[in-house]
Design a protein around this ligand. Structure first.
Ligand code: ADP
Ligand code: MG
Length: 257
Protein backbone atom coordinates (compact mmCIF):
# COMPACT_ATOMS: atom_id res chain seq x y z
CA UNK A 1 0.00 0.00 0.00
CA UNK A 2 1.38 3.36 -0.97
CA UNK A 3 0.55 6.65 0.70
CA UNK A 4 0.46 10.01 -1.08
CA UNK A 5 0.97 12.92 1.34
CA UNK A 6 0.69 16.59 0.33
CA UNK A 7 2.73 18.93 2.54
CA UNK A 8 0.63 22.05 2.44
CA UNK A 9 0.02 25.47 4.00
CA UNK A 10 -0.67 28.56 1.92
CA UNK A 11 1.64 30.59 4.14
CA UNK A 12 5.20 30.85 2.84
CA UNK A 13 8.18 30.16 5.05
CA UNK A 14 6.50 27.76 7.49
CA UNK A 15 8.74 24.79 6.69
CA UNK A 16 6.89 22.96 3.89
CA UNK A 17 9.95 22.43 1.72
CA UNK A 18 12.28 21.68 4.63
CA UNK A 19 9.76 19.10 5.84
CA UNK A 20 9.12 17.59 2.40
CA UNK A 21 12.82 17.14 1.66
CA UNK A 22 13.89 15.88 5.06
CA UNK A 23 10.87 13.68 5.75
CA UNK A 24 11.40 12.12 2.31
CA UNK A 25 15.09 11.55 3.02
CA UNK A 26 14.37 10.16 6.51
CA UNK A 27 11.83 7.67 5.11
CA UNK A 28 14.28 6.69 2.36
CA UNK A 29 17.01 6.08 4.93
CA UNK A 30 14.55 3.86 6.82
CA UNK A 31 14.44 1.73 3.68
CA UNK A 32 11.11 3.03 2.35
CA UNK A 33 10.77 3.71 -1.36
CA UNK A 34 9.95 7.41 -1.68
CA UNK A 35 8.98 9.76 -4.51
CA UNK A 36 9.22 13.48 -3.79
CA UNK A 37 7.14 15.66 -6.12
CA UNK A 38 8.03 19.34 -6.31
CA UNK A 39 4.96 21.31 -7.41
CA UNK A 40 6.17 24.78 -6.38
CA UNK A 41 7.33 27.16 -9.17
CA UNK A 42 10.08 28.32 -6.82
CA UNK A 43 11.53 24.79 -7.10
CA UNK A 44 13.16 24.97 -3.68
CA UNK A 45 12.94 21.23 -3.05
CA UNK A 46 14.55 20.51 -6.42
CA UNK A 47 17.38 22.94 -5.74
CA UNK A 48 17.68 21.91 -2.11
CA UNK A 49 18.43 18.35 -3.18
CA UNK A 50 21.19 19.62 -5.43
CA UNK A 51 19.46 18.76 -8.73
CA UNK A 52 21.17 20.65 -11.55
CA UNK A 53 18.50 22.80 -13.16
CA UNK A 54 20.21 22.80 -16.54
CA UNK A 55 20.28 19.02 -16.68
CA UNK A 56 16.50 18.68 -16.50
CA UNK A 57 14.85 17.23 -19.56
CA UNK A 58 11.32 17.20 -18.16
CA UNK A 59 9.66 18.65 -15.07
CA UNK A 60 6.32 18.59 -13.26
CA UNK A 61 5.27 21.30 -15.74
CA UNK A 62 5.07 18.62 -18.47
CA UNK A 63 2.85 16.49 -16.23
CA UNK A 64 0.42 19.32 -15.52
CA UNK A 65 0.27 20.82 -19.01
CA UNK A 66 0.71 17.72 -21.24
CA UNK A 67 -0.25 14.94 -18.86
CA UNK A 68 3.19 13.45 -19.44
CA UNK A 69 3.38 10.41 -17.16
CA UNK A 70 5.36 11.00 -13.96
CA UNK A 71 7.12 7.73 -14.81
CA UNK A 72 8.93 9.59 -17.59
CA UNK A 73 9.75 12.65 -15.50
CA UNK A 74 11.04 11.24 -12.21
CA UNK A 75 14.79 11.06 -11.76
CA UNK A 76 17.00 9.58 -9.02
CA UNK A 77 17.75 12.15 -6.31
CA UNK A 78 21.19 10.85 -5.46
CA UNK A 79 19.86 9.40 -2.18
CA UNK A 80 19.13 5.66 -2.28
CA UNK A 81 15.38 4.86 -2.40
CA UNK A 82 14.50 8.49 -3.14
CA UNK A 83 13.34 9.68 -6.57
CA UNK A 84 12.26 13.21 -7.37
CA UNK A 85 9.92 14.87 -9.84
CA UNK A 86 11.64 18.22 -10.28
CA UNK A 87 10.08 21.64 -10.84
CA UNK A 88 11.29 24.84 -12.40
CA UNK A 89 10.02 28.33 -13.00
CA UNK A 90 7.98 27.24 -16.06
CA UNK A 91 5.37 26.16 -13.56
CA UNK A 92 4.62 29.78 -12.72
CA UNK A 93 2.64 30.15 -15.96
CA UNK A 94 0.42 27.12 -15.49
CA UNK A 95 -2.57 28.87 -13.92
CA UNK A 96 -2.86 31.16 -16.92
CA UNK A 97 -2.08 28.46 -19.47
CA UNK A 98 -4.85 26.26 -18.14
CA UNK A 99 -7.34 29.05 -17.54
CA UNK A 100 -9.24 28.15 -20.75
CA UNK A 101 -9.39 24.44 -19.95
CA UNK A 102 -12.90 23.67 -18.78
CA UNK A 103 -12.66 20.28 -17.18
CA UNK A 104 -10.05 18.05 -15.63
CA UNK A 105 -7.58 20.81 -14.79
CA UNK A 106 -7.52 19.75 -11.17
CA UNK A 107 -6.88 16.07 -11.91
CA UNK A 108 -3.74 16.51 -14.02
CA UNK A 109 -1.28 15.42 -11.33
CA UNK A 110 -3.43 12.50 -10.21
CA UNK A 111 -3.69 11.31 -13.81
CA UNK A 112 0.01 11.70 -14.53
CA UNK A 113 0.93 9.83 -11.34
CA UNK A 114 -1.48 6.98 -12.05
CA UNK A 115 -0.41 3.50 -10.98
CA UNK A 116 3.18 4.59 -10.54
CA UNK A 117 2.29 5.46 -6.95
CA UNK A 118 2.22 1.75 -6.21
CA UNK A 119 5.95 1.51 -6.88
CA UNK A 120 6.53 3.65 -3.79
CA UNK A 121 5.79 3.35 -0.09
CA UNK A 122 5.40 7.11 0.18
CA UNK A 123 4.83 9.89 -2.33
CA UNK A 124 5.48 13.31 -0.76
CA UNK A 125 4.25 16.46 -2.53
CA UNK A 126 5.87 19.81 -1.70
CA UNK A 127 3.10 22.36 -2.31
CA UNK A 128 3.41 26.04 -3.29
CA UNK A 129 2.53 28.85 -0.86
CA UNK A 130 -0.86 29.58 -2.47
CA UNK A 131 -4.29 27.98 -2.64
CA UNK A 132 -4.47 27.91 -6.42
CA UNK A 133 -4.66 25.29 -9.15
CA UNK A 134 -1.31 23.68 -8.30
CA UNK A 135 -2.30 23.21 -4.68
CA UNK A 136 -5.66 21.75 -5.79
CA UNK A 137 -3.82 19.34 -8.09
CA UNK A 138 -1.74 18.22 -5.12
CA UNK A 139 -4.75 17.79 -2.82
CA UNK A 140 -6.65 15.92 -5.53
CA UNK A 141 -3.77 13.48 -6.08
CA UNK A 142 -3.15 12.99 -2.34
CA UNK A 143 -4.51 10.58 0.24
CA UNK A 144 -3.78 13.00 3.06
CA UNK A 145 -2.32 16.38 3.97
CA UNK A 146 0.52 17.13 6.36
CA UNK A 147 0.29 20.71 7.62
CA UNK A 148 3.44 22.38 8.95
CA UNK A 149 2.63 25.18 11.40
CA UNK A 150 5.33 27.61 12.42
CA UNK A 151 5.55 28.32 16.15
CA UNK A 152 5.01 32.08 15.97
CA UNK A 153 2.32 34.70 16.52
CA UNK A 154 -0.61 34.23 14.15
CA UNK A 155 0.27 30.54 13.73
CA UNK A 156 -3.41 29.63 13.51
CA UNK A 157 -4.23 32.49 11.21
CA UNK A 158 -4.97 31.23 7.73
CA UNK A 159 -5.56 27.68 8.92
CA UNK A 160 -9.35 28.16 8.74
CA UNK A 161 -8.96 29.03 5.09
CA UNK A 162 -6.72 26.01 4.56
CA UNK A 163 -9.22 23.70 6.28
CA UNK A 164 -12.02 25.13 4.12
CA UNK A 165 -9.95 24.39 1.03
CA UNK A 166 -9.41 20.83 2.22
CA UNK A 167 -13.17 20.43 2.83
CA UNK A 168 -13.97 21.84 -0.60
CA UNK A 169 -11.46 19.53 -2.28
CA UNK A 170 -13.02 16.60 -0.42
CA UNK A 171 -16.46 17.59 -1.65
CA UNK A 172 -15.59 18.20 -5.27
CA UNK A 173 -12.51 16.21 -6.23
CA UNK A 174 -11.32 13.79 -3.58
CA UNK A 175 -13.74 12.48 -0.99
CA UNK A 176 -11.12 10.27 0.64
CA UNK A 177 -8.70 13.08 1.52
CA UNK A 178 -7.76 13.07 5.21
CA UNK A 179 -5.52 15.04 7.53
CA UNK A 180 -2.30 13.08 7.95
CA UNK A 181 -0.97 15.29 10.70
CA UNK A 182 -0.02 18.74 11.92
CA UNK A 183 3.66 19.46 12.46
CA UNK A 184 4.95 22.24 14.71
CA UNK A 185 8.05 23.77 13.14
CA UNK A 186 10.83 26.22 13.98
CA UNK A 187 10.29 26.12 17.73
CA UNK A 188 12.57 28.48 19.59
CA UNK A 189 12.84 26.79 22.98
CA UNK A 190 14.22 29.97 24.57
CA UNK A 191 10.91 31.79 24.27
CA UNK A 192 7.58 31.22 25.96
CA UNK A 193 5.83 32.17 22.77
CA UNK A 194 6.71 28.92 21.04
CA UNK A 195 5.39 26.89 23.95
CA UNK A 196 2.17 28.90 24.06
CA UNK A 197 1.60 28.54 20.35
CA UNK A 198 2.23 24.81 20.42
CA UNK A 199 -0.29 24.44 23.27
CA UNK A 200 -2.83 26.41 21.28
CA UNK A 201 -2.30 24.29 18.16
CA UNK A 202 -2.59 21.07 20.21
CA UNK A 203 -5.83 22.30 21.76
CA UNK A 204 -7.24 22.79 18.29
CA UNK A 205 -5.88 19.78 16.37
CA UNK A 206 -5.44 17.41 19.34
CA UNK A 207 -4.04 13.97 18.44
CA UNK A 208 -3.45 15.10 14.86
CA UNK A 209 -0.39 17.02 16.10
CA UNK A 210 2.84 15.03 16.00
CA UNK A 211 4.64 14.49 19.31
CA UNK A 212 7.90 15.66 17.78
CA UNK A 213 8.34 19.41 17.41
CA UNK A 214 10.93 20.59 14.87
CA UNK A 215 13.25 23.05 16.63
CA UNK A 216 14.76 26.10 15.01
CA UNK A 217 18.10 24.69 13.91
CA UNK A 218 20.63 26.55 11.80
CA UNK A 219 21.81 23.32 10.14
CA UNK A 220 18.36 22.86 8.60
CA UNK A 221 18.64 26.23 6.90
CA UNK A 222 22.24 25.66 5.76
CA UNK A 223 21.79 22.21 4.21
CA UNK A 224 19.86 23.28 1.05
CA UNK A 225 22.59 25.69 -0.02
CA UNK A 226 24.91 22.67 -0.17
CA UNK A 227 22.28 20.72 -2.12
CA UNK A 228 21.95 18.23 0.73
CA UNK A 229 19.25 16.83 2.95
CA UNK A 230 19.89 17.21 6.67
CA UNK A 231 21.13 13.63 7.12
CA UNK A 232 23.87 14.02 4.55
CA UNK A 233 24.70 17.53 5.76
CA UNK A 234 24.84 16.89 9.52
CA UNK A 235 23.37 13.64 10.76
CA UNK A 236 24.02 14.55 14.40
CA UNK A 237 22.20 17.89 14.31
CA UNK A 238 18.98 18.45 16.25
CA UNK A 239 17.30 19.00 12.89
CA UNK A 240 18.29 15.55 11.67
CA UNK A 241 17.19 13.89 14.92
CA UNK A 242 13.81 15.58 14.86
CA UNK A 243 13.06 14.72 11.22
CA UNK A 244 14.08 11.11 11.89
CA UNK A 245 11.54 11.08 14.75
CA UNK A 246 8.89 12.55 12.48
CA UNK A 247 9.47 9.80 9.91
CA UNK A 248 9.01 7.16 12.63
CA UNK A 249 5.75 8.77 13.74
CA UNK A 250 4.50 8.92 10.16
CA UNK A 251 5.28 5.24 9.62
CA UNK A 252 3.68 4.31 12.95
CA UNK A 253 0.49 6.23 12.18
CA UNK A 254 0.27 4.37 8.92
CA UNK A 255 0.45 1.11 10.77
CA UNK A 256 3.75 -0.11 9.40
CA UNK A 257 6.90 -1.33 11.07
P1 ADP B 1 8.13 26.94 2.94
O1 ADP B 1 8.44 25.83 1.99
O2 ADP B 1 6.91 26.71 3.75
O3 ADP B 1 8.11 28.27 2.27
P2 ADP B 1 10.82 26.51 3.97
O4 ADP B 1 10.90 25.07 4.31
O5 ADP B 1 11.43 26.92 2.66
O6 ADP B 1 9.31 27.00 4.03
O7 ADP B 1 11.45 27.33 5.17
C1 ADP B 1 11.58 28.75 5.11
C2 ADP B 1 12.97 29.15 5.52
O8 ADP B 1 13.20 28.77 6.87
C3 ADP B 1 14.06 28.49 4.72
O9 ADP B 1 15.12 29.39 4.56
C4 ADP B 1 14.47 27.31 5.56
O10 ADP B 1 15.82 26.93 5.34
C5 ADP B 1 14.27 27.84 6.96
N1 ADP B 1 13.88 26.80 7.92
C6 ADP B 1 12.88 25.91 7.79
N2 ADP B 1 12.76 25.14 8.89
C7 ADP B 1 13.73 25.55 9.75
C8 ADP B 1 14.14 25.14 11.07
N3 ADP B 1 13.49 24.18 11.73
N4 ADP B 1 15.16 25.79 11.64
C9 ADP B 1 15.80 26.79 10.97
N5 ADP B 1 15.47 27.22 9.76
C10 ADP B 1 14.45 26.61 9.12
MG1 MG C 1 8.59 25.84 -0.11
Amino acid sequence: MSKVIAVTNQKGGVGKTTTSVNLSAALAYMGKKVLLIDIDPQANATQGLGIDRLSLEYTIYDAITQQMPIREIRIPSGVDNLDIVPANIDLAGVEIELSQVKSGREQRLKGALGDLRNQYDYVIIDCPPALGLLNTNALTAADSVLIPVQCEYYALEGLTQLLNTILLTQKVFNENLTIEGVLLTMLDARTNLGVEVSQEVRKYFREKVYDVVIPRNIKLSEAPSEGLNIFDYDAHSEGAKSYAKLAKEVVKRNGRK
